[in-house]
Design a binder for this molecule. Structure first.
Ligand code: MSP
Length: 521
């Protein structure tokens, strides 16, 4: 058994509404996970939910439920959301699960024993909404705090602190020496900029009196663990639950041994996260791992944020994109295609209904859909659906697109990969116009030429299905079944030209992306 390619997403707050931003991150990760599987690698793709904290405790209380019952209900919604997005995750973590809590406690015990924590009195400001301590630096010139912090109260309380500051120089040196660790480069610079200021030690507890919906501190029953110290650990608690030796060997906790078949997962190959949680992943998490004696993840890939119609999405103003409504109306693959094609990993993006519909119509319905439909329909009409002799006119272009797609997928550039794939879609559509098979069909003397053209079009459609599988797996599978192929287009090695067997009979063509009235703005 060898190490799997291990990808994670951020774990979503269970009490939020699944929206476009969450969907985007999970789809991007799913595309990278499927791409690796398609390249023949063994993959482990993890996503899940962040369930502890004050807000969840309060919301549960308000609804008359226990926090666990409240989370169970919401978790069902999130898991259904993942299915709706057609995610291929291998596990789904919930931070309220015993398997996760046990690992957090083992880590806390170990770090405590090794002297990484100290107890100290905190006196200062606290944002109830953000569940975070504020300092004088967070005040605005007029002395008030940003309204985003909600109600700010004064607190005096004991807490445990993690000695983060002691590792600051090590972290800077690591980032300098490993330029690929935080991607894209702009985000790496942001973290290096942040590290020009001194990092304060990290408060990792909340007193039980104030919060009980959290993981109890194993060495002091008066405290629970701060949500981030709990949440980040999901990336190693799930490997531990899958008996990953790399993690279990440093935890020194025989009670965590499981009967599960052992997987080799850690270190993660990619943590996909949004730009807002960069500090937690690129500063706190590496230091936590160093203290635990675990290797660091290979890449932290930080994406930008979506807006709608140029403004922040907000439930209160109703300015949101509901992925489920879009999927119900347009299909999951149209949604998956659009978000990955529209927004490169890095900058911020903007959803407009008209932009979505324009891509649907030009690139999916008239581009890919039309190509496959007319290629297969003509093969059916002119050759009774039988694949003619192999011909290689489009092979050089197809091969080049396959190479570009693979190298961009390996470089975690799914948008670039789609651009490459569409250059083949466009070339093949242009080929139909240039060769005019409907005219060739009228002249019996051109039968051999028509065979050539029909082979090139059917084979280009097949190659496209293989290339598209990581992005729009349902559509890729539909193309394969319309081609009468029973296997799955899920292996990129099958994108090599010439895979369509001569004499094979294709199945029934049908529209992949029905044309729609685009009435909405
Ligand atoms: N629970 C924490 C993450 C813990 S990871 C150990 C959290 N949850 S969240 O629900 O607020 O956000 C989950 C992910 O969704 C984050 O990566 C965040 O950046 C992303 N997005 C939330 N809103 C977004 C947009 N509007 N656009 C793109 N992604 C956004 O943070």
């Amino acid at each position: 058994m060898s190490k799997r390619f291990y990808l994670t997403t951020a774990i979503d707050y269970v009490n939020g509404q699944p929206h476009l931003g969450h969907a985007y991150e999970k789809i991007v990760t799913d595309v990278l996970a499927r791409a690796r599987r398609s390249l023949g690698e063994e993959v482990f793709f993890l996503t899940g939910l962040d369930e502890h904290g004050q807000k969840v405790q309060q919301a549960a209380l308000d609804s008359g439920k226990t926090p666990q019952a409240y989370c169970d209900e919401l978790a069902a919604i999130w898991q259904a959301f993942g299915k709706k997005l057609n995610l291929s995750n291998d596990d789904f973590v919930r931070t309220s699960e015993p398997r996760h809590k046990a690992v957090v406690q083992a880590i806390l015990s170990r770090l405590h024993a090794a002297g990484h924590f100290y107890k100290s009195k905190y006196s200062g400001f606290y944002s109830l909404k953000e569940e975070t301590f504020l300092t004088e630096k967070d005040r605005r010139p007029d002395g008030t705090f940003d309204p985003g912090y909600g109600e700010v109260v004064q607190l005096i309380e004991d807490n445990y602190y993690f000695k983060l500051n002691a590792h600051q120089q090590w972290l800077i040196d690591y980032l300098e020496a490993n330029p690929e660790f935080i991607q894209p480069a702009q985000r790496r610079n942001e973290v290096l900029g942040l590290l020009k200021h001194e990092l304060e030690d990290l408060c990792i507890t909340r007193p039980l009196g104030r919060l009980n919906w959290g993981i109890p501190l194993p060495f002091d029953p008066d405290f629970v663990t701060w949500v981030w110290f709990d949440a980040l650990v999901n990336y190693v608690s799930v490997p531990a639950a899958h008996a990953d030796k790399a993690v279990l060997s440093v935890l020194d906790a025989p009670e965590l041994e499981t009967q599960n078949p052992a997987l080799e997962l850690w270190p993660a190959d990619i943590h996909v996260i949004g730009k807002d949680i960069l500090k937690f992943h690129a500063a706190y998490w590496p230091v936590m791992l160093k203290a635990m004696g675990l290797p660091l993840p290979k890449i932290i890939l930080a994406h930008g944020w979506w807006q709608k119609d140029g403004e922040k999405m907000s439930k209160t103003t109703g300015n949101v994109v509901d992925p489920v409504a879009v999927i119900d109306e347009w299909g999951v693959d149209a949604f998956r295609y659009y978000v990955v094609r529209e927004l490169d990993i890095g900058p911020d993006g903007n959803w407009t209904d008209s932009g979505f519909q324009a891509r649907y119509s030009a690139e999916l319905a008239n581009g890919l859909g039309n190509l496959v439909n007319r290629s297969l329909s003509m093969l059916k009409r002119y050759r009774n659906g039988l694949v003619p002799q192999r011909h290689n006119e489009l092979e050089p272009e197809a091969d080049q697109v396959v190479r570009q797609t693979i190298s961009r997928l390996r470089a975690n550039q799914p948008q670039g990969a789609l651009q490459a794939i569409w250059s083949l879609v466009n070339r093949a559509n242009q080929y139909v116009d240039q060769t005019a098979p409907f005219k060739l069909a009228k002249d019996p003397a051109k039968a051999a030429r028509l065979d050539e053209v029909l082979f090139n079009l059917a084979e280009a459609s097949r190659v496209l299905a293989v290339l598209l599988w990581p992005f729009i797996p349902g559509t890729a599978e539909r193309i394969y079944s319309q081609l009468g192929l029973t296997e799955s287009p899920d292996q990129l090695k099958n994108a090599a030209w010439g895979g369509l067997p001569v004499g094979h009979r294709i199945a029934e063509p049908a529209a992949l992306f029905p044309k729609k009235e685009t009435t909405k703005r």
